[in-house]
Design a protein around this ligand. Structure first.
Ligand SMILES: [Zn+2]
Length: 375
């Protein structure tokens, strides 16, 4: 039987989540811990790092001072803006192309570019990225496995090529959202083993098949660790230095970009109640829907928990929103997504149902799928 966290509404079917004896999840416990962190002290640590970066940039006469992995969404955009406007750095933004680009993403990236940011986009060829998305959707119910690997490798490959040793990622997901934290250091500096183990599952080198050669996988393969060490490349989490909140990031971006940052035109994205998060890839709605199928929590639960943990919502409201939106099917770009995955509707449904966890789903009398136990 699924249990739900007593403070937020996350079920214990979420991978790597752990509940304590009082039934509270590790993400909620971390959000309490965050309140006790001396953020002034962390800011001093950040300023020291900024000085080091400025010194390095001057010494090397480098055009860019650091790298920001940048989707064009509110989180990475807020980091880019802060580094440039508040700390006088010149970050080079690195985008790993969305699987199916959309107009909102392109618009938001262009608007930031107009504010004086240079960027690099790595766009792996669609022949291979489609094959990989299809394969991982079938095998793991997640079309974004390879994309995830690319998001992790591309900024470091660019860092190596440009010889820029400082990289700023957004938040440390394992501590913010409930997971296994390897050690204290991994909340500050990105540990690639943690990422491979928890996010991607295996090394892209293993994805060679009859149809895919190792060369085809170049955009997804993480650079050699010894090469990274030689250049002293270190990837930091912004969430170590500043208290992380997706809502506050959005408000900061909205204000700083003077309303040029576009949100979802329907005032919310399908499957949830927010209109400002994860907007730049047409396949994202399917990705979140599959979390609902596999683990029994949808995108509304995910968003509500993040806000609950930052005291931006009541638990009652979170429950209402989860009940209303979690099971909404991603109709909006469905046809285009199917075409991208080279799949018809029957095959799609078959695969979705193969990934349905029997411990959390049952069929009702009218032959519809229902959660055995929902919030
Ligand atoms: Zn919780």
């Amino acid at each position: 039987m699924i249990k739900f966290c007593k403070k937020c509404i996350m079920p214990d079917s979420r991978p790597r989540i752990v509940f304590n004896n009082e039934g509270v999840c590790n993400a909620c416990l971390y959000s309490e811990e965050k309140k006790k962190i001396d953020w002034e002290d962390r800011k001093r640590e950040f300023l020291k790092l900024i000085n080091e970066i400025a010194e390095f940039t001057k010494q090397k006469n480098s055009k860019y001072s650091c790298i920001v992995p940048w989707s064009g969404g509110k989180d990475s955009t807020s980091i880019a803006l802060k580094l440039k406007l508040e700390y006088d750095l010149n970050p080079l933004l690195v985008t790993f192309s969305p699987l199916i680009e959309n107009e909102i993403g392109v618009h938001n990236r262009n608007e930031l570019s107009k504010m004086g940011f240079d960027s690099v986009m790595i766009k792996p060829n669609l022949k291979i990225s489609r094959k990989l998305a299809r394969r991982f959707f079938i095998e793991r119910g997640n079309p974004k496995v390879a994309w995830d690997a690319g998001v992790n490798s591309a900024p470091l490959t660019v860092a190596l090529n440009y010889q820029i040793p400082y990289v700023f990622y957004a938040e440390h997901g394992e501590s913010e959202y409930g997971g296994l934290v390897l050690d204290d250091e991994s909340q500050k500096k990105r540990n690639i083993r943690e990422v491979i183990e928890h996010q991607i599952g295996d090394f892209p080198q293993n994805w060679v098949s009859n149809e895919i050669r190792e060369n085809d996988l170049a955009p997804y393969i993480y650079p050699d660790e010894n090469e990274l060490k030689k250049t002293n490349i270190t990837a930091y989490y912004f969430s170590y230095f500043f208290k992380w909140s997706m809502l506050e990031n959005f408000h900061y971006v909205e204000k700083t970009m003077k309303k040029k940052f576009k949100t979802h035109p329907n005032k919310r994205t399908q499957g949830t109640f927010t209109d400002f998060d994860s907007l730049d890839d047409k396949i994202d709605c399917l990705y979140y829907y599959m979390q609902y199928v596999k683990f029994g929590f949808g995108r509304a639960t995910r968003d509500a928990c993040r806000m609950l943990q930052n005291d931006q919502m009541t638990r009652q409201k979170a429950i209402e929103l989860a009940r209303e939106y979690d099971n909404e099917f991603p109709e909006e770009n469905f046809k285009e997504v199917l075409e991208f995955l080279e799949m018809n509707e029957d095959e799609f449904e078959l695969i979705v149902n193969q990934h349905r966890n029997n411990e959390i789903w049952k069929t009702s009398i009218d032959n519809k799928w229902k959660l055995i136990n929902s919030i």
